[in-house]
Design a protein around this ligand. Sequence first.
Ligand SMILES: [Zn+2]
Ligand SMILES: [Zn+2]
Length: 160
Amino acid sequence: MTSALTLSGGCQCGAVRFRMHGQPKDVSVCHCRMCQKAFGAYYAPLVAVGDAEVSWTRGQPKHFASSNFVKRGFCGDCGTPLTYEAPDGLSLAAGAFDDPSQLPPTVQFGVECKLAFVDAIPALPECATLDDLEDAPFLTDVVSYQHPDRDTDQWPEAKS
Ligand SMILES: [Zn+2]
Ligand SMILES: [Zn+2]
């Protein structure tokens, strides 16, 4: 990875925003059962921040202690998973960054819990969102309430 990264991110509704400055320790996916549950997903993409600096630039995550050692941070308004906080450091949810393409994973953890079909997903049939128009005609009229993939001075943005 390159040096002197500054990357922003936050939850879906925009109530909680963060910034990471510096080089993270690693980017992983974790297949463990706790990460599956906490993310509602087959695995969790996590950025172990290491010595990088993290600041909460809007709001703060709420926490659930998923064990005696680990807290999981999430947006109390919209529920987006945001952190994994363990004695060995803080990790941020990679998909919550504004540009997750900057943070490709380099290692898998918790592989003893890996769901058998996960490795077959890339071979499944592929559909773009708008390929579904016949079954979901509302898609052409969608108005997103998701926070944009950049910092905002004010959110929701003032309407003029
Ligand atoms: Zn939120
Ligand atoms: Zn895990």
